[in-house]
Write a protein that binds this ligand. Structure first.
Ligand SMILES: *Cc1c(COP(=O)(O)O)cnc(C)c1O
Length: 252
């Protein structure tokens, strides 16, 4: 008997939730106290109807990485507002900042001052029009050793993110902007590398950031393949796509 899409998503979601619960109960790195990380289900490449189904299954946070797709889906699902938080997790051009600021609850991929300025302008313009919160932002750090160690390098060719050396400078820039609220750091473990080593490094950077900005302690890390390691190192937000939705359709 073939299962319905809803049954598939429900079973996958249960399995991922069980993995998170097991990882949370397992021994953690010293000092990690996060009780329950937020599961952000990454719905990129999958239709709005899947997001609706996930919402019915209790999902309240979804992640998207392509501007047009995310804008269209969020517009289709405004009836679920405000019970659904859209997280933008992809590389973002400054000319798309206004579109993203209109529906996003948080941007996980902030990697340069020009993008911070563009997002801030969009949110501040929005303050005049409607009652809204500042946009939460995570600074995306590249943990790839190939990233040049120069401040504000932004947008290198790998999995995105800025060199760690630029972190405090960008944090200071964000703190000065009324439309943005600094939440913490985001990273993707480098391909082929040990995720524990990557997330340990991210935890160290988070501690440095919190020395200056104690309120910015969130960590967005961990995907389908490495969420256990991320939980071990104190992730507060897990971005899980394929293990909930199945393989992504092969489109550009
Ligand atoms: C697609 C994506 C994810 C989810 O990856 P899966 O391996 O499908 O869980 C997480 N983070 C980012 C930045 C992504 O682009």
């Amino acid at each position: 008997m073939t299962r319905t899409r809803e049954q598939v998503l429900a079973a996958n979601l249960d399995a991922v939730r069980a993995r998170i619960a097991a990882a949370t109960a397992a021994p953690r790195a010293p000092g990690v106290t996060v009780q329950k990380p937020t599961l952000v289900v990454v719905t990129k490449f999958h239709p709005a109807q899947d997001v609706r189904t996930l919402h019915a299954l209790g999902v309240r946070d979804v992640g998207e990485n392509r501007c047009q797709e995310a804008a269209a889906k969020s517009a289709e699902l405004t009836d679920l507002d405000p019970a659904l938080n859209w997280h933008f997790i992809g590389q973002l051009q400054t000319n798309k900042a206004k579109s993203v600021a209109a529906y996003a609850h948080a941007v996980h991929s902030l990697d340069r001052p020009a993008l911070a300025a563009a997002l801030n302008r969009a949110v501040v313009a929005d303050f005049e029009l409607r009652d809204r919160e500042p946009l939460g932002v995570f600074l995306q750090i590249s943990l790839d050793d190939a990233t040049p160690l120069t401040a504000g390098a932004g947008g290198h060719a790998g999995r995105g993110g800025m060199a760690p050396a630029g972190m405090l400078e960008l944090a200071e820039c964000v703190e000065a902007l009324p439309g943005l609220r600094l939440r913490g750091l985001m990273a993707v473990a480098p391909r082929g590398a040990d995720p524990d080593a990557a997330f340990e490094r991210l935890a160290e950077l988070s501690a440095i950031l919190q020395d200056s900005y104690p309120h910015a302690g969130q960590i967005s890390a961990g995907m389908s393949g490495d969420l256990e390691a991320a939980v071990r190192w104190g992730a507060t937000h897990l971005r899980v796509g394929s293990d909930v939705l199945g393989p992504r359709p092969a489109v550009g």
